[in-house]
Design a protein around this ligand. Structure first.
Ligand SMILES: CN1c2c(nc(N)[nH]c2=O)NC[C@@H]1CNc1ccc(C(=O)N[C@@H](CCC(=O)N[C@@H](CCC(=O)N[C@@H](CCC(=O)O)C(=O)O)C(=O)O)C(=O)O)cc1
Ligand SMILES: N[C@@H](CCS)C(=O)O
Ligand SMILES: [Zn+2]
Length: 770
């Protein structure tokens, strides 16, 4: 008797970010659509073959691959293609246009991208499906079937992954024509026949099992949802009586939702036992009470890079086996491995003492395989278990982790370190007297285009082909160009452009103690964009100033005020792989203390304004409301600890993007920043209504255009938006800026867009004076 070794999803990018290179080559006109599709197919083949080495036949996932995003795939699959993309001739271009917009003036095509949002509490972004009461579904593609058959042709039996009908609708939104109060779930009756016909086609192709992802089960759910789930799964069961259906919940506890999930006519339930170890006791009795249902135990962390404590996981799996028998237990990662880097194998430069503690996606599959074997026959994997035990022990006692000086500083924090000396009303006057900014001041969020030249220069520095001095001179030249550009375009508060940064989190990690870096530990962030999260393994501190020289240089080039530019403590935490041997709060406070010193140094060096970005503060919000307060208290305090050690005259900015901030409005206000630039261009005016409703009184720069798309926003569009905003927000508080940093854009489109934006600001300023 064996326990099944399974996977819920594999990273799509490939060992060498192959997918990124492929799609970008296609977008750049360097390869044809056929070459793109062939390249993607080859990548899937590699991934299926790789996974087959570790997983039980039939439990390798398919349809987890995506050219851009899986939520977009499902909108496309079910024909939820908004009207504005309907006339784009090729399906490939139509798909990418929905993800990233498309501007082809010669063909009269100019469509913005659909909205992009954070995928639950991850740093992955999904495309928000758009619906209206008129939405009719049909199978616009047969991607899951095609990919199932593709694997089958290679001799690999897979379990297709499909986004659940309830999560698919619930994660979507009403389009701009949808009436107020439109409920996307009201489309369930229309979706189900199409959904079940897809499952039928999968069965016809030979599929015997499917994984239906319902991640919304990790959220607090209204009572009405029980009936929605019951209806959806009754229809699925009726249409596919023999298909084995696993419903997967992940990213948190399934909680009280188990009460209705346990009654669904399905064959297996997946639970995330890393985030919610208590779910075993919650779910196992329900599984045991049924004669045939199986439990998929998510014991290997899909969200972090530390080695699994195999002995602990084996004990967990054995409890499940004891309760329901080995044939009804599946070992799995806690969630899809999409959020893990590909393989540790590439990490030839990493400190071996620390690498010993880690597992990336491929190593996690190996762990799953060992756990499944050990649950029934530990002797068969005795060597693997012994080696794992030694590594886990080694990490626990390693002297590399602890820094007594950092720990002492953390014990000695005083209440005054969490507040500014005076209120904003006082600070505002002192700052305005110093900065003398016009009304509707213009600024940008920090980064300017990270061109190929900039990235190649950094690569050359790493390879030793450029000296430190040559690289510094190159970066200084880039900064000077950016400063002259900003002056010419008419911006009021300038930035240095962040050219020296590989990434806003990685850069700071590289300059702090307690971090280690992978060479190739890329994780998809959105579309073709990847990040290489730094790894926090020990106590964090800042040995020397990190940004002062660069910021001082940038300020020396201009009479206009320059913003120092830092990444905030919560974002540093949220976008790193974090140590799991102390509370996240303690790690965040250590980072905040390091940043507080940097802020003090920037002020002392003469920077009049300092921006501390916290784009990830909302993303860190626990999925369950009962845990919100505790998180928000420490997250706000960490920001205050990093930012409040300055004089009244120093203007503290912050920046947030990619999330709905309405529900943390009070916490945003509690950050007490003098100005917040906030993403808003694609999420209508709901957010600003919250600022209006709560009477926000500090500076605010709602993003005026979307920076994720190469599309240049016409001035009229920016103007219309600013007009709508200035009806909601007191114009004395308003700043004029894009949604987020411009690092992913080219210079030509940046120049055109910022010119339009600054022209609009000038028009508003003139009208204000008149
Ligand atoms: C603001 N955002 C960020 C998030 N998370 C972060 N950790 N950082 C963020 O900025 N989450 C929310 C959003 C997501 N947005 C983005 C935006 C842009 C990117 C992005 O551009 N990623 C780059 C990789 C960035 C990087 O670290 N680059 C390195 C290495 C560059 C490289 O690949 N070099 C090549 C050679 C050069 C070349 O040919 O281009 C090589 O080594 O082979 C660097 O600059 O040194 C991306 O390319 O995907 C991510 C998230
Ligand atoms: N300062 C950063 C913020 C990104 S969220 C940038 O401009 O890229
Ligand atoms: Zn941003």
């Amino acid at each position: 008797m064996t326990v099944i070794a399974s996977n819920l999803g594999f990273p799509r990018m490939g060992s060498n970010r192959d997918l990124k290179k492929l799609v970008e080559a296609y977008w750049g006109g360097k390869i044809t659509a056929d070459a793109l599709l062939a390249g993607a197919k080859a990548l899937r083949e590699t991934h299926w073959k790789l996974q087959s080495k570790f997983l039980t036949p039939g439990y390798v996932p398919s349809n987890d691959f995506s050219m851009y995003d899986h939520a977009l795939d499902h909108a496309f699959l079910f024909g939820a293609v908004p009207e504005r993309y309907a006339s784009i001739p090729s399906k490939v271009d139509q798909y990418f246009a929905m993800g990233r917009g498309l501007q082809r003036p010669a063909e009269g095509i100019d469509v913005p991208a659909m909205e992009m949002k954070k995928w639950f509490d991850t740093n992955y972004h999904f495309i928000v499906p758009e619906f209206s009461p008129k939405t009719e579904f049909h199978l616009h593609t047969l991607k899951p079937v095609d990919e199932f058959l593709e694997a089958k042709a290679l001799g690999i039996a897979t379990r297709p992954v499909v986004l659940g009908p309830v999560s698919f609708l619930a994660l979507g939104k009403g389009d701009k024509h949808a009436p107020a109060g439109f409920q996307t779930l009201s489309l369930l009756d229309r979706l189900l026949p199409v959904y079940t016909s897809l499952l039928n086609k999968l069965e016809e192709a030979g599929a015997t099992a499917v994984q239906i992802d319902e991640p919304i089960l990790a959220l607090d759910q209204p009572a009405e949802l029980k009936a929605v789930f019951a209806k959806a799964y009754a229809a699925i069961r009726a249409a596919s009586p023999r298909l084995s259906i696993l419903v997967a919940s992940y990213f948190g506890t399934i909680g009280a939702n188990i009460d209705f999930v346990a009654d669904l006519p399905i064959d297996a339930i997946h639970v995330d036992l890393v985030r919610a170890p208590g779910d075993l006791d919650l779910v196992l009795p329900r599984i045991a009470a049924s004669a045939t249902k199986a439990i998929s135990v998510g014991v290997v962390n899909g969200r972090n890079i530390w080695k699994n404590d195999l002995a602990k996981s084996v004990a967990t799996v054995q409890r499940a086996v004891a309760a329901v028998g080995a044939s009804r237990v599946l070992v799995a990662p806690s969630c899809s491995l999409l959020h893990s880097p590909h393989s540790l194998e590439a990490e030839v430069k990493m400190n071996p003492a620390i690498k010993l503690w880690m597992a990336f996606a491929v190593q996690k599959l190996e762990e799953i395989s060992v756990i499944a074997k050990a649950a029934v026959d530990p002797a068969s994997v005795a060597d693997e278990l012994a080696a794992n035990k030694a590594a886990i022990e080694d990490r626990k006692v390693s002297p590399l982790i602890h820094d007594p000086a950092v720990q002492a500083e953390l014990r000695n924090l005083s209440p005054s370190m969490f507040r500014r000396t005076n209120d904003f009303a006082v600070r505002e006057k002192v700052q305005q007297a110093k900065l003398k900014l016009p009304s509707f001041p213009t600024t940008t969020v920090g980064s300017f285009p990270q061109t190929k030249e900039v990235r190649v220069a950094r690569q050359k520095l790493k390879k030793g082909e450029l000296s430190e001095a040559e690289y510094d001179a190159f970066i200084k030249a880039e900064i000077e160009k950016a400063v002259r550009f900003q002056e010419a375009v008419g911006l009021d508060m300038l930035v240095h452009g962040e050219f020296e940064r590989n990434d806003m989190v990685e850069f700071f990690g590289e300059n702090m103690r307690g971090y280690v870096f992978s060479q190739n530990g890329w994780v998809q962030s959105y579309g073709s964009r990847c990040v290489k999260p730094p790894i926090i393994f020990g106590d964090v501190s800042r040995p020397t100033p990190m940004t002062v020289e660069t910021s001082v240089y940038a300020q020396s080039l201009t009479a206009k005020p320059m913003k120092g530019m830092l990444t905030g403590p919560v974002t540093m935490l949220q976008w790193s792989f974090v140590r799991d041997d102390q509370p996240r709060k303690d790690t965040t406070f250590q980072i905040a203390l390091a940043l507080r010193k940097e802020v003090a140094d920037l002020e002392a060096a003469g920077l009049p304004a300092i921006q501390i970005d916290e784009p990830a503060i909302r993303e860190g919000l626990p999925l369950r409301a009962s845990e919100h307060k505790e998180y928000l208290d420490w997250a706000v305090n960490a920001f205050l600890l990093s930012s409040t050690g300055v004089k009244d005259e120093t203007q503290i900015h912050t920046h947030m993007c990619y999330s709905d901030f309405n529900d943390i409005f009070q916490s945003i206000s509690d950050l007490d920043a003098d100005c917040i630039t906030i993403e808003n261009s694609k999420s209508d005016l709901k957010l600003l209504s919250a600022f209006e409703k709560h009477g926000y009184t500090r500076g605010i720069g709602p993003g005026l255009y979307d920076i994720h798309s190469p599309r240049v926003p016409p001035a009229a569009e920016i103007k219309e938006r600013l007009e709508a905003i200035s009806k909601l927000i007191d114009k004395r508080l308003l700043w004029v800026n894009p949604d987020c940093g411009l690092k992913t854009r080219g210079w030509a489109e940046t120049e055109a867009a910022l010119k339009n934006m600054c022209d609009v600001a000038k028009q508003f300023r003139a009208a204000d004076v008149a």
